[in-house]
Design a protein around this ligand. Structure first.
Ligand code: ATP
Ligand code: MG
Length: 394
């Protein structure tokens, strides 16, 4: 019966001049999310999007629930601006609603809610609602009106060209369409936190470009595969993700050889940020993103963050900085990265790392230690050996 899905977007409607950029981006993101379902056109009219329901509703909804920027959607019946056609649609929609709902004690409570955006339509909203209410009561004896807490609400929207009639409102994921906030380089490890950090920024409209530091042969091919798998999961929320796999082994060996063990992690993280920033500049990304959470490990104290941040100019987004591990785990489970993240493959951060890393590193001391390293040459060499893999389906 439903041939159309109405899509609402919340926040992007409030963005003034940028509005059409947001709308076009959302439209394009919806189109690519629905690829393969035989739905070519996504129609845009009056701050709404409409998708023809040519595929199974559940399959369409499942895909759309991963498109950031959508606040909610409703399967709707679209009819001309004609009271009789609206009446007929209301009866149809109610019949479908009655098939779904389990009326308790035999009676189902309902109300009709009309919105008349088109003031040229001759019947006012309250009159329309009460007329339709009467028609429905007559048609379905098991109904009772309850305007305060109805089990079912028949919504009627009267717009410029058509009227829309529906009962259901399915929540969308919210957020901003991926791409509208620009690109960000996501430092993606195989751990629990960084995929969640990437998801969080995607939800704010950032298109991620991932960078992974790999320490082959100290870390296995399988540990790299795991990171690519994580990128594929993230890609289901916003399209293919390029992953730059940086060979980090030589850098780690050099640090291990020339710098004090307790500064190993700090210096490693400074090298990671420098490399990530170099890739960001090449790719036109405006920020770096990490999965750091304050106090979680030695490298995530204020002092450590100050010292690592000092080597880059781009802002570093740390969307999980104030999150507890349990909250991060919950979100990881929800978005589908948790099971992959807990697979036990070694991470480059665990190689050569001392038992007691410095929790409060000092910038001058770290800079002195680093002076023994050919930083520029190491970075250039690592960049040249970087491998690019696109993860996720177009
Ligand atoms: P995660 O769960 O994301 O691995 P973590 O709690 O293990 O984080 P660290 O190992 O200190 O914390 O890493 C902090 C952040 O640095 C990570 O969230 C990630 O953004 C980045 N990072 C760490 N290791 C790598 C790596 N091998 N490749 C890319 N980024 C990394
Ligand atoms: Mg980690």
């Amino acid at each position: 019966m439903y041939e159309l899905l109405l899509i609402r977007y919340g926040e992007i409607g409030t963005k003034g001049k940028n509005r059409h950029v947001f709308e076009q981006r959302l439209q394009a993101n919806i189109q690519s999310a629905l690829k393969g379902l035989g739905i070519e056109e996504v129609e845009r009219a009056h701050a709404r999007l409409y998708v023809p329901l040519k595929a199974d509703l559940e399959a369409v909804v499942k895909r759309l629930q991963r498109v950031f920027g959508i606040s909610s959607f409703s399967p709707v019946v679209r009819v001309p601006l004609d009271p009789q056609a609206i009446e007929k649609a209301a009866i149809e929609v109610m019949a479908a609603g009655l098939r779904q709902e389990q009326p308790d004690g035999g009676r189902l409570t309902f109300k009709v809610d009309t919105r008349r955006a088109n003031k040229g339509f001759p019947i006012t909203s309250p009159v329309m609602s009460s007329n339709l209410g009467a028609v429905l009561l007559q048609e379905f004896p098991q109904l009772a009106v309850d305007v305060h807490q109805p089990q079912l609400t028949v919504q009627v929207e009267i717009r410029d060209q058509y009227s829309y009639v529906y009962t259901e409102r399915i929540p969308g994921p919210g957020g901003l369409p991926v791409g509208v906030s620009g690109k960000g380089v996501l430092l993606l490890s195989g751990g629990i936190d960084s995929p969640v950090a990437g998801y969080r920024m995607m939800k704010r409209g950032v298109r991620p470009i991932a960078v992974h530091f790999h320490s082959y042969p100290f870390t296995s091919e399988r540990s790299k595969e795991k990171v690519l798998e994580l990128a594929r999961v993230l890609s289901t929320y916003g399209g293919p993700i390029p992953v730059h796999v940086v060979h980090f082994t030589e850098i780690q060996k050099a640090i291990n050889q020339h710098c004090p063990g307790r500064l190993m992690i700090t210096i490693m993280r400074r090298m990671m940020l420098r490399l990530a920033e170099a890739i960001a500049r090449r790719e036109g990304a405006g920020a770096l993103i990490t999965g750091e959470s304050l106090g979680q490990v030695a490298s995530q104290t204020m002092e450590s963050i100050l010292v690592t941040n000092a080597v880059v100019e781009l802002p570093v987004f740390r969307p999980l900085i104030g999150a507890d591990k349990m909250e991060i785990v919950e979100l990881a489970q929800e978005i589908g990265t948790y099971k992959l993240s807990i697979q036990p493959y070694e991470d480059c951060c665990t190689i050569f790392v001392p038992r007691h890393p410095e929790i409060y590193p000092e910038l001058s001391e770290v800079e002195n230690a680093e002076a023994k390293l050919p930083v520029e040459a190491l970075i250039q060499e690592a960049l040249e050996r970087t491998e690019l893999i696109i993860c996720g389906e177009e």
